[in-house]
Design a binder for this molecule. Structure first.
Ligand code: MG
Length: 310
C-alpha cells in the first residue's frame, strides 16, 4: 500500500490520540439503518485497526435518533474489547442506561449557541448546562470518565458568527462541572486555521489547559485538516475523526461532514506522529462499511488507496 514519506516537524506533538466517532456520530447521521451485528463488527474492526478510543453508541431516546435505538443490544457485544468505549448520554435517564450496562466512559453534548441549544436540546444554553450538571457529577462519582462535547464553536447555521468569549464561557462551565475532556466542535465546518488558533489562545487565557481539549472538525469546506494542523501547533493531542468520513452534516446539507479518520492518519503518518493506527486495516474497514451502507466513502484517502489496489 502507498504510504506518505515521513518528515517530522519538531514543533508538533510526538503522539496524537484519535477519538474515533464513526459508530456514533457517523452512523447517527447516515440515512441507512445498520443492523446491530454489523455495528458490533465495525467497532471490533476499528479497535483491531489500532484505534484506542471508539465512541460506540448513544443512549439518547430512540425517538430522536432511531439509527442508534439498539444501544442496549450493541453495547454488551463490544464492551469487553480492550479499548476505551465512550457512549453519549443526553440526560440522567441515558446515564442510568449506560451505567446498567457497565459503560466506563460517557459524553454529554452541549451547545455554544442559544439557537442550537433550542433546536437540539429544546433548552437555553444555561438550561442545558443545568441539565448536564447532575449527569456529570453522578458519572464522576461512579468513577467514569466524562467528555463534554461543545457544538457550534466556530459558527452556527442560524446565528452566523459565534463570539470566541461565548465559547470560552460554556467550555469553562463544562470543565468546572467535571468534564475531563472538552471536544470543540465545528459542527457546520466553517472554521479556518486562524480562528482555531484564536479560540485555543482564548481558552488557555481563560484557564482551560490545552491538555484537556480535543478538536472535532468537519470537512464541509475542505478545512478540517488545516484546522487540525493549527490545533496541533497549539498543543492539542486529541483529535476526533470518523472512519471513512461517515456522517454527512445534517445542518449544512452537505455529503461531507466529519473529518475522515483515514485522511487524518495519512497526514499524521507523514508527520511521523504516532497514533497506533494501521492505515491499511482502517481503510479496509471503511471499504467494508461503505459496502454495508451501499455508498462510497467520501474520504479522499480511502478512495485513493482503494484505486491503487484495484
Ligand atoms: Mg461530527
Amino acid at each position: 500500500m502507498t504510504l506518505p514519506m515521513v518528515f517530522r516537524d519538531p514543533s508538533l506533538p510526538a503522539r496524537v490520540r484519535i477519538h474515533e466517532v464513526g459508530p456514533r456520530d457517523g452512523l447517527q447521521n447516515e440515512k441507512t439503518a445498520v443492523p446491530t451485528a454489523v455495528k458490533a463488527e465495525f467497532v471490533r474492526r476499528l479497535a483491531a485497526a489500532g484505534l484506542s478510543t471508539v465512541e460506540a453508541t448513544s443512549f439518547v431516546h430512540p425517538r430522536w435518533v432511531p439509527q442508534l435505538a439498539d444501544a442496549e443490544e450493541l453495547f454488551p457485544l463490544v464492551r469487553e474489547l480492550p479499548v476505551r468505549l465512550p457512549v453519549l448520554v443526553p440526560n440522567e435517564r441515558g446515564l442510568d442506561r449506560a451505567l446498567a450496562l457497565g459503560a466506563r466512559e460517557v459524553a454529554v453534548f452541549a451547545s455554544a449557541t442559544e439557537s442550537f441549544a433550542q433546536a437540539n436540546l429544546n433548552r437555553t444554553v444555561d438550561g442545558a448546562l443545568e441539565m448536564f450538571a447532575p449527569v456529570v457529577s453522578r458519572a464522576v462519582a461512579a468513577g467514569l470518565r466524562v467528555r463534554g462535547y461543545l457544538s457550534m464553536c466556530f459558527g452556527d447555521p442560524w446565528e452566523g458568527a459565534v463570539p470566541v468569549e461565548q465559547v470560552v464561557r460554556v467550555t469553562k462551565a463544562l470543565a468546572g462541572m467535571g468534564c475531563e475532556e472538552l471536544s470543540l466542535g465545528d459542527t457546520i465546518g466553517v472554521a479556518t486555521p486562524g480562528h482555531v488558533g484564536a479560540l485555543l489562545t482564548a481558552l488557555e487565557a481563560g484557564g482551560v489547559p490545552v491538555s484537556r481539549l480535543a478538536v472535532h472538525f468537519h470537512d464541509t469546506y475542505g478545512q478540517a485538516l488545516s484546522n487540525t494542523l493549527a490545533a496541533l501547533r497549539h498543543g492539542v493531542t486529541v483529535v476526533d475523526a470518523s472512519a471513512g468520513g461517515l456522517g454527512g452534516c445534517p445542518y449544512a446539507k452537505s455529503a461531507t461532514g466529519n473529518l475522515a479518520t483515514e485522511d487524518l492518519v495519512w497526514m499524521l503518518d507523514g508527520l511521523g506522529i504516532e497514533t497506533g493506527v494501521d492505515l491499511a486495516a482502517l481503510t479496509a474497514t471503511s471499504g467494508w462499511m461503505a459496502e454495508q451502507l451501499g455508498r462510497p466513502s467520501p474520504s479522499r484517502t480511502v478512495r485513493a488507496l482503494s484505486h491503487k489496489e484495484s
